[in-house]
Structure formats: structure tokens, C-alpha cells
Design a protein around this ligand. Sequence first.
Ligand code: BGC
Length: 362
Amino acid sequence: MKNKTLFSWLVACTCAITVAGASLLTSHAADSEEPSSPVPFQLQSAMTPNPLELGRGVNVLGYDPIWNEFERRRFQENFFPMIRAAGFDHVRLNLHPFRHMTETEDGIQLKESWYTTLDWIVNNALRNDLKIILDLHEFQILSKNPEENKTKFLAFWEAMSDKFSGYSNQVVFEILNEPNGELDATLWEVYYKEALAIIRKYNPERPVIIGPTHWNNIEKLDTLNLPEEDRNLIATVHYYLPMRFTHQGATWVGQELRETSGVTWGSEAEQATLLSHFQKVQDWSQKHERPIYLGEFGAYDKAPMESRIRYTDSVCRTAEKMGWSWGYWQFDSDFIAFDVKSGQWVEPILKALIPNSPSLKQ
Ligand code: BGC
């Protein structure tokens, strides 16, 4: 227990020192040699609000029936305060709007019912002091046929840019989840710059998240040439390595992984690999002076629970030491952090994400 408290303190100090622009806290932390009393872990964002720091978050509502029929939603209104109370600072809302678009005389329009649902989600998040990322999750369709879907892509950002122009910076835009396939680095740059120009017309300072190709791959960060003059951008990466561990038994990733089971994680070598991967991202972040958002990570429910806990905890603590914000994949559906049927958090996962969460029973 004592060790754990000391560890939390060390993490808190490391975080305070590594996050740029935190002079007050940095000097405070540097002054004190030993904490006189246990200091609970807190992300920097809780102390010095910075719109580019999103803190701890969770992916929500991507695959909820709510989008087809509000009454059939799994996600209930009381989940918003519950997520906040558990210690999360934001939600990343995974949006699939293309199927809700229609061609009209005035161009492409989103259905009224889709807007009603979006309003319900955004307003509930904000009311509960959760930042909300509007993540365009049409990555499959757009990566397969960019040209065919470009009009919809830009129409979506035109609509969001207009709708949210008067909102606070608690609402954050993410231009596209995991560009891949036909969206290679060159084409992706053309696409996101066009979307960004549309966004910036009405939202000059809103935080906007952009990540590299190959599914927001850490190895592709070097191909991401964010416009220098725009300092309200956050770079994002996703981390699911090693896939053999995180996607064992998953149905959507090819036969070999589908048939893999019993792979554990957590050896010294594996921990060292994780650290070296994250260090590379950190080097990029420092070189380009961009904050990092680790927008997805996790291990599928079929991986051994002990290892999932170790992995989730290691990813979160390492990210936090680097001063990054993170969003766990995901609240509900699969990789679950919360069991909607029983109305309970999956305690070991919540504990790995937020070790001192007030919502933990033990
Ligand atoms: C996809 C999900 C998938 C997850 C992990 C997400 O970006 O939208 O369908 O389960 O990545 O593979």
C-alpha cells in the first residue's frame, strides 16, 4: 500500500514536470523532496485547465443502437455522471454519420433525428463536466474509397463546424479515426487540410485532433506534417501492440488472430518494448511541440484478464508519465470497461485505468 502511494506521487511529479507550461506546479514539485502526506494521482489538466489537455477518457457510443432508434439505446443518461464520478475527464464519441446523410436540393444533409441524438449526448457530457471529442469514425469507408466519399466527409465537417461554432472548447473535433488504405500520407494530408480549413472558418481556436495513417500508427508519425501556424492541434496515435495479445480471438482481424488464444503479456522485455515505442512518440512530440492524445488502446475481452490488467495499467501509467491524454477503447460493446447488463464497472479494468477511482468498491 505504502509503495503504491509513493508510486502515485512519483507519477504525479513526473507528470507535472513533463507537461509543458506547468511552471507553477513544476516548481512546487521540485521544491519538495518528500511528500509529507499521500498525494492522490491527478492529471495536470485538473490543476491547470488547458484546452489541449484532455486527461483521461473513454470511447463511447460508437456501436450503440441509439443511432437507429433512441428508445433502444444501451447508453443511459445516468452513465454520464457515472463516468465523471469514476474519474474520467472526457468521452470520445465515435460517429458514423454517413449512413444518416441524404442528398437534398441544398446539398448533403444529416437527418434531424441524428442531430437530436447528438445534442442529447453532447449536452449531457458538458452538463456533467466531461469534455467531448467528436470523432469521425468513418475510417473504413473513407479509406477504401476516398474520392467517392470526399463530399460526405467535407459536408460533415461543414455541418459540425457551423453547429458547434458557439460552443466552448470542451467540444473537440477529431477529423478522422485511423486513416488507412487508399488514404496514404500524401492524400490524407490533402484531405485533413481541407477539413481543417472548413473547421477553422468558424472555430479558429477549437482543439482539433489529427493522427497519422496506417490506423494512427506510431511508426507513421514522421509522415504527419501538421501546419506549423496552427497551435490548437493535438496529435493522436492508437496503440494495440502486440496485436497477437490485444486482438487474440477477435473476429474482425483475420484468421490467425481469430484462432489465437491464451497469449499473456507483461514480461520485462514486453514492458521495455512498450516504453521504447512510447518514447519514440514522445521524441516526436517534443521535436514538434505537439501534445499527444492516445485515443485508443486496450486488450480484447478474450485475452487473459491478469494480462489485460497489467497491459492496461502499463499503457496508462506510461502515457501519463509522458504527459499524454488518453482514451480507453471502450466503454461498452467489446473491450468493455462497463457492463451495461449488470450496470456495473468491470472493476479490474477500471482499477487499471484509474487506480484511485472513487467508484471502485474495494
Ligand atoms: C474500431 C473498432 C475496433 C477497435 C479495435 C476501432 O477503431 O472502430 O471496430 O473494435 O478499433 O480493433
